[in-house]
Write a protein that binds this ligand. Structure first.
Ligand SMILES: CC(C)(COP(=O)(O)OP(=O)(O)OC[C@H]1O[C@@H](n2cnc3c(N)ncnc32)[C@H](O)[C@@H]1OP(=O)(O)O)[C@@H](O)C(=O)NCCC(=O)NCCS
Length: 191
């Protein structure tokens, strides 16, 4: 996977027990980013409840971590009946880390996960004035055909291939190994 991430950053899946990290990340978003993320203004209470509920079994969340702190996330959540093969995707990157290629890397991982789950249509609640998200989606025009009037993207080649499954497995084991290193280095740090 050709990821160009800011120095010290890594992408891995967010685990079930990491709802606190996810909540704190969403609360750190500046007002404009929070509005864009949730397609409207939402309160801190809403964000608390949302983070508690979002790490369910039907969601795949990829996180961008810097020094063990979650700074960006991409949610992929299947919606509707399994036959519909539809999902919702949502991205959130903290301001300092925006425009450094993190959104591109997270969308790449999300598309791979969508393909491996046979998902064909990706819905994104994207406000009309969110040019950056629209630019980001356009970058993946070869893999994703977008209709922004309806905010639905169609994933090209929705079927998993042995190679696409292998790419996700390799990305996961890399993420797991570095996550363990993160935990160890935090344990070893003097307090
Ligand atoms: C929208 C968002 C996910 C994009 O992620 P990002 O990491 O900032 O984007 P990238 O750095 O990967 O840039 C993607 C493309 O957007 C465009 N872009 C980057 N910065 C931009 C800016 N300041 N203005 C306009 N377009 C911009 C570029 O075309 C870029 O691709 P390129 O650098 O290869 O030319 C991120 O900014 C974000 O989380 N914003 C707040 C929440 C949100 O809007 N979520 C989306 C709704 S679900």
């Amino acid at each position: 996977m050709s990821e160009h991430l800011p120095h010290g950053g890594l992408i891995r899946k967010v685990w079930l027990g990491e709802a606190d990290q996810y909540r704190d990340h969403l609360l750190r978003l500046d007002a404009a980013s929070r509005r864009n993320r949730f397609a409207g203004a939402v309160s801190d209470e809403f964000v608390h409840d949302y983070a508690d509920l979002s790490l369910g079994i039907d969601a795949v969340i990829h996180g961008f971590f810097v020094d063990g702190v979650l700074r960006g996330a991409a949610e992929l959540r299947q919606i509707g009946t399994p036959l519909a093969r539809e999902a919702e995707a949502a991205f959130s990157i903290e301001k300092t880390w925006q425009s450094h290629g993190v959104g591109s890397a997270l969308l790449e991982r999300t598309l791979l996960a969508a393909r491996n789950r046979g998902l064909k249509f990706l819905h994104m609640a994207c406000l009309a004035d969110n040019k950056r998200m629209q630019q980001l989606a356009r970058k993946f025009a070869a893999e994703l055909s977008f209709d922004f009037a309806n905010v639905v993207g169609e994933v090209a080649t929705p079927r998993p291939t042995p190679l696409s499954l292998m790419r996700e497995m390799v990305a996961d084991s890399h993420g797991f190994a570095t996550a363990m290193l993160d935990v160890q280095s935090r344990l070893l740090k003097p307090v």
